[in-house]
Write a protein that binds this ligand. Structure first.
Ligand code: NAG
Ligand code: NAG
Ligand code: NAG
Ligand code: NAG
Ligand code: NAG
Ligand code: NAG
Length: 381
């Protein structure tokens, strides 16, 4: 059930490049979800932050399960900050709903460094005729923040927001947006892929195509990310002062490097920009990161997984080292989670790290996505 959506603040369309026309939106959402109730005190200092990472990363343990104490229904009214872009000639038939991962906000999809050379949105809109909807995930950036980073700020409530937005976009109920789309494709990165997976597992007809980037369903290596981040309390960093205590962020650019950038595939300036504009993560998000993709997904449309060969959290640094000659890559194992998918494909971007859009290799990743979509009935034209 979707309530009529009203946009509290709608900027006029602004031409931002040769062709793309973009519009910022503030969208009120009313959502509720069944969240985990965790027996965990809110981390308030660097010792707490590191202890949390050590508990999460402990081999032979499932910390999420160890501190889970039942479930709560969490409901709330929130604002989502989003950007809609379309080609100058008008809306594309296909809308891509892009959900960013941990460490970023929606600028991950429209990275401005080097005159937008890295921007996925510019490529999708200007070169391929798609419309795009990018949003700051609930709890991040200019969207409403979580007051409770453990029992409120979890994958489940954020996925409920993604569902609310998707239904609004399908039914033309986002005020300030009149475009109508024949098809909607969900594109995620990392935690945004987990949410796109969870959404379509719950509601397989809500999407026409799924692109999961920086993703696999192998949770063995998530601990490398959690430890490598070198977490501190986010609001001790002046750039992140607005976040409630309990949100976590890397203590320096080194954590961002370990988590997102593969040796030899990045411009050191891009790493600095990613650190300076980086966004935090809640303990509740980390606790619910992998659980949502543990169950199968009966989605019946095209599904593409694209992950960097040297991805740390989802492949432990080598997606091709499966130890199983019948399994081409770690992400290829997702095929069995999508028994009804049409033409499931898992592609590995050679040499890329987890932060695919910010690597030198981003054109390979983007071409993989656009050619897969066009070969599977999801081109914009
Ligand atoms: C949207 O908001 C962002 C962040 O405030 C700003 O940089 C950008 O110029 C705005 N875009 C438009 C089209 O108004
Ligand atoms: C860990 O426990 C959680 C909560 O019970 C569960 O959802 C998740 O699937 C478990 N993870 C693994 C790898 O078993
Ligand atoms: C959403 O934004 C509007 C306009 O800025 C504001 O009046 C309203 O209180 C906000 N709602 C929430 C739930 O933050
Ligand atoms: C994860 O990948 C590693 C390396 O390929 C493999 O040994 C392990 O069995 C995989 N785990 C799962 C749950 O698929
Ligand atoms: C994915 O698509 C590419 C390009 O068409 C193809 O070479 C590759 O074999 C496909 N992989 C799988 C697992 O289907
Ligand atoms: C954009 O980035 C790609 C990949 O790094 C590079 O080959 C290309 O020359 C860059 N283009 C511009 C206009 O900077």
């Amino acid at each position: 059930m979707v309530k009529a959506l009203t946009a509290a603040a709608v900027a006029a369309f602004t031409s931002v490049a040769a062709a793309a026309r973009c519009q910022n939106l503030t969208i009120p959402v009313s959502v509720s979800a069944r969240n985990g109730n965790f027996k965990l005190a809110n981390p308030t200092n660097a010792i707490d932050a590191t202890n949390f990472a050590l508990n999460m990363a402990r081999q032979g343990h499932n910390y999420t399960d160890e501190i889970l104490d039942g479930y709560n229904t969490v409901s709330g009214d929130y604002n989502i900050s989003a950007t809609y872009c379309e080609p100058d000639a008008g809306p594309g038939n296909v809308l891509q709903v892009c959900t960013h991962g941990i460490g970023f906000d929606r600028s991950y999809w429209d990275f401005s460094y080097n005159n937008y050379n890295y921007s996925y949105v510019r490529d999708a809109v200007d070169q391929h005729g798609y419309s795009t909807f990018t949003w700051d995930r609930l709890g991040i950036g200019m969207s409403s923040l979580f007051q409770d980073p453990i029992n409120e700020g979890q994958l489940w409530i954020e996925t409920a927001a993604l569902r609310y937005l998707t239904e609004g976009l399908r039914n033309q109920q986002i005020q300030g947006m009149s475009a109508q789309f024949q098809k909607i494709v969900h594109v995620g990165h990392s935690f945004g892929s987990s949410q796109s997976y969870a959404l379509t597992a719950m509601d397989p007809t809500i999407s026409d195509g799924i692109v999961l980037t920086g993703f696999s369903q192998n949770g063995t290596f998530a601990s490398q990310f959690v430890l490598g981040s070198n977490f501190i309390i986010a609001n001790t960093n002046a750039a992140l002062a607005k976040y409630p205590t309990g949100y976590l962020a890397p203590s320096s650019a080194v954590g961002v490097h370990i988590d997102f950038f593969a040796p030899g595939d990045f411009d050191p300036q891009v790493l600095q920009v990613a650190y300076m504009t980086g966004q935090p993560v809640t303990p509740g998000e980390i606790l619910t990161l992998t659980g949502a993709s543990a169950s199968p997904n009966s989605f019946g449309g095209p599904v593409l997984v694209v992950t960097g060969e040297r991805d740390t959290p989802y492949c432990g640094g080598d997606c091709l080292a499966t130890g199983d000659p019948s399994l081409a890559s770690i992400p290829a194992a997702s095929k069995m989670f999508f028994p009804n998918a049409q033409n499931f494909n898992a592609s590995i971007t050679p040499g890329a790290g987890h932060g695919l859009n910010l690597q030198y290799s981003h054109p390979i990743t983007y071409n993989t996505i656009f050619s897969y979509l066009s070969q599977n009935g999801l081109s914009a034209q």
